[in-house]
Design a protein around this ligand. Structure first.
Ligand code: FE2
Length: 332
């Protein structure tokens, strides 16, 4: 896996928020069923040519993308290499999708990145969005994307073959029009175990916490919302001010990489009812958290990836308590 080693001056992509998580999965059908019936997202597209599926409740074109793990090279439209051979051999994080204001802000950041010598992994035309992919210094892949249309469902059809091709960010003048929906209608999945509104944030464990924090502020351009003076955690936000990413240092029993992804529930009732349905369905949570900063439930997906369903308090992050140390990875 290629990783960037240079974390040059202030590139600052400065995305709005987390749009989606894309994960490699051991069994695509099994995971699509889980993210539908348990996580409570609606399947909107299967991109058969790359063995991928996408789910959303309407917040963006997808909150979650799943891709069959195989390690084989994935070719998109126009012979474009979407996944290099050897990548995605096992289940785990593929990338996070971070939503930009528009194509012009994306291309401006791309030009700053190129000028600073940042290694750009690939630039992709997904039709519904244009995307720039960059590895963080620890090998986690980020996608900075700008939506290019409002009617994403005209591309994300239930059965698609190949959607994506190569994109040259400087070939044409970028648009300053913003296509994300500022206040989308959310369609809850009526018979799902949990019924979240949207993906909210992700939590990553760092091998080198200061270095990764510097990357996510200086290159990704997220803002530190809260951070522990002892570097035991940091909570970062996008330009909307919403909690987008939690960073944690590596610790015994807490390996580097993805710690969890979090889905926002509407209210306490949604959490209580989801928890009751989970237990009825034989899903025992890893942790049920009752804390001044939030209430949440942690479960694991079929590949063991941790998912949180949370109701955050207005006072979120403000009232850590003595004895919280063991809960730190779950509080972010
Ligand atoms: Fe993506």
């Amino acid at each position: 896996m290629s990783t960037i080693t240079q974390a040059p001056a202030k590139v600052r992509f400065a995305p709005r928020r987390l749009g989606h998580a894309n994960v490699f999965v051991g069994d695509l059908d099994r995971s699509m069923a889980f993210y539908g019936s348990v996580v409570g997202l609606t399947e909107v597209c299967r991109e058969r040519g790359i063995e991928a599926g996408f789910l959303t409740n309407g917040n963006t074109h997808h909150d979650v993308g799943c891709m069959q793990a195989s390690g084989a090279r994935r070719i998109g439209r126009d012979g474009h290499v979407q996944i290099h051979e050897g990548r995605g051999a096992r289940a785990g994080l593929n990338h996070f999708g971070l939503e930009m204001e528009n194509e012009a802000t994306l291309v401006a950041a791309y030009e700053r990145a190129k000028a600073a010598g940042l290694d750009i992994h690939r630039t992709t035309d997904h039709q519904l969005s244009h995307s720039i992919y960059v590895f963080d210094p620890e090998g986690n892949l980020l996608e900075f994307y700008a939506d290019m249309m409002k009617e994403w469902w005209t591309v994300f059809k239930p059965e698609a073959d190949l959607i994506s091709g190569e994109w040259n960010p400087t070939a044409t003048a970028p648009t300053t029009q913003s296509f994300y929906h500022p206040d989308p209608e959310i369609n809850e999945v009526a018979d799902a175990v949990f019924r979240p509104l949207r993906i909210a944030h992700a939590a990553l464990v760092a091998r080198d916490f200061p270095k990764l924090l510097a990357f996510y502020t200086d290159v990704a351009g997220l803002d530190v919302l809260r951070a522990a003076p002892d570097s035991s955690w940091a909570v970062l936000g996008g330009s909307t001010g919403a909690h987008t990413l939690t960073l944690l240092p590596e610790a015994p029993g807490r390996p580097a990489g993805l710690h969890h992804t979090t889905f926002q529930l509407k209210d306490d009732r949604a959490l209580d009812e989801g928890l009751a349905r989970a237990r009825t369905a034989g899903i025992e949570p890893e942790l049920v958290l009752e804390h001044p900063t939030k209430r949440s439930v942690f479960v694991k997906d079929p590949d063991g990836m941790r998912i949180e369903f949370a109701v955050e308090r207005a006072s979120a992050f403000a009232r850590r308590q003595p004895g919280d140390e063991a809960l730190v990875p779950y509080l972010g």
